[in-house]
Design a binder for this molecule. Structure first.
Ligand code: SF4
Ligand code: SF4
Length: 401
């Protein structure tokens, strides 16, 4: 029978175990780690609640487990008796910000009356400053060889050439970085998963009020199945003028390549019928084109053409993620910057590749005043050879292909 029961889950279990260990409170505290937080396993929770009178709930974000456990405890009060709860609602743990072992230690030391000196605020500040000074300064960017960088490059070019102040509504995935310089700041609105096309279809009706800016939306293939089907139905039903670009990298890249319904395999690794994005969009009544983001000119032309047309148009830009098992550590092209052709800082280039395109596989050699390929980082996608205005970046089919 522990003096205190801690109910927790996920990463908070590690904070809890560390806190108990540092306070030497192993014999006084019991831990119930929940694998499933909704619905609660009522028998398991009730069994543990009946062992003690004091319960601390350690969880991130809102006090969800805390409130559901309290409801269960109220329903079972005749059998398990009256309990005292500690958690976010009574201020034992903070309601905002992330938890950490220090916060759990501070809560435990108060409940169990164990003196413990947590890190002094001045020391914590110093530690943060030292850590920041030692960390390399890295910008948020797409991986080398990422097809999204190529897609956003072409979208950006198409919008520039169209010259009607067209804009892109984004969605949630790696490609959300299209709102940063690595995506040429192409995304102007980023709200929530599935909201990109939803918002775009609303903007795509404003032509009735005189707006003539082309409206685009981007989503990933995984997001398409997850959250873009309802706004696509809405856009088609309401005859919105919108171009949806599906950045299809053949997987759920941002969270670790989990399969999605477009693939011929399900989450159990079994063969499954893949649901074809193009077929679904055509069946709904959208005009569909399929392209390769690494085919720069064709992609740019497709986007310009589709922006001119009325109704819902879908362009699927298909190229698997640079980190996918089929591509990782395999270069399609061997790349080289020819120093005699590289213009560098000179007018009409102004370091376009390293200053604007900014693939991490390209580096600016300050001493030579030329760009060069970083052999280790370059994924050999070959795209930068298409953007150099001086034709200084060369590519040759790699022999390992
Ligand atoms: S080929 Fe160019 S764009 Fe592709 S990964 Fe290498 S440096 Fe980057
Ligand atoms: S490689 Fe091409 S784009 Fe890059 S600095 Fe040289 S000339 Fe400019």
């Amino acid at each position: 029978k522990p003096e205190l029961l801690i109910i927790t889950s996920s990463v908070c279990t590690l904070y809890t175990r560390e806190a108990i260990h540092l306070l030497g409170a192993e014999k006084r505290v019991g831990v119930l780690k929940l694998g499933t937080t909704w619905p609660l396993p009522p028998k398991l929770v009730k069994k543990h609640l009946s062992l003690t009178d004091k319960i601390l709930i350690v969880e991130e974000v809102v006090p969800f487990i805390e409130e559901t456990v309290k409801i269960l405890a109220a329903e079972e009060v005749r059998e398990i008796g009256i309990k005292t709860f500690y958690g976010k609602n009574d201020g034992t743990l903070p309601m905002t910000g992330e938890l950490n072992p220090d916060l759990v230690i501070s809560a435990l030391s108060k409940i169990l009356n164990i003196p413990y000196q947590t890190m002094a605020p001045e020391f914590e500040k110093k530690l943060e400053a030292v850590t920041a000074s030692l960390s390399p300064n890295r910008e948020l960017t797409f991986c080398p060889g990422c097809p999204h960088r190529a897609s956003f490059w072409s979208i950006h070019e198409a919008l520039q050439m169209d010259n009607r102040k067209g804009f892109v509504c984004g969605d949630i995935g790696c490609y959300g970085m299209g709102m940063f310089p690595c995506g040429f700041n192409v995304i102007k609105i980023l709200h929530a998963m599935g909201s990109g096309l939803g918002l775009a279809s609303g903007f795509g009706k404003l032509n009735a009020f005189g707006m003539d800016q082309p409206v685009l939306a981007v989503c990933g293939d995984s997001t398409f199945y997850h959250a873009v089907l309802p706004p696509l139905v809405n856009a088609i039903h309401h005859r919105a003028n919108v171009t949806l670009i599906v950045l299809d990298n053949s997987g759920t890249a941002m969270t670790g390549f989990q399969p999605h319904p477009g693939l011929p395999v399900n989450a159990m690794g079994e063969e499954s019928p893949g649901v074809d994005i193009a077929g679904v969009c055509r069946a709904m009544g959208a005009k569909v084109e399929i392209g390769d983001p690494f085919a720069q000119t064709e992609t740019r032309k497709s986007i310009n053409r589709l922006m001119e047309e009325e109704g819902v148009k879908v362009l699927i830009l298909r190229q698997s993620c640079a980190l996918s098992p089929e591509k990782k550590n395999k270069k399609k092209f061997e790349m080289r910057v020819e120093p005699s052709k590289c213009l560098g800082d000179e007018c009409s280039c102004n370091r376009l590749c390293t200053r604007i395109f900014r693939c991490p596989g390209l580096v600016w050699d300050k001493e030579q005043k030329k760009s060069r390929i970083d052999e280790v980082l370059c994924a050999g996608c070959g795209f930068c050879a298409l953007i150099c205005p001086a034709g200084a970046i060369g590519r040759e089919e790699a022999v390992n292909q």
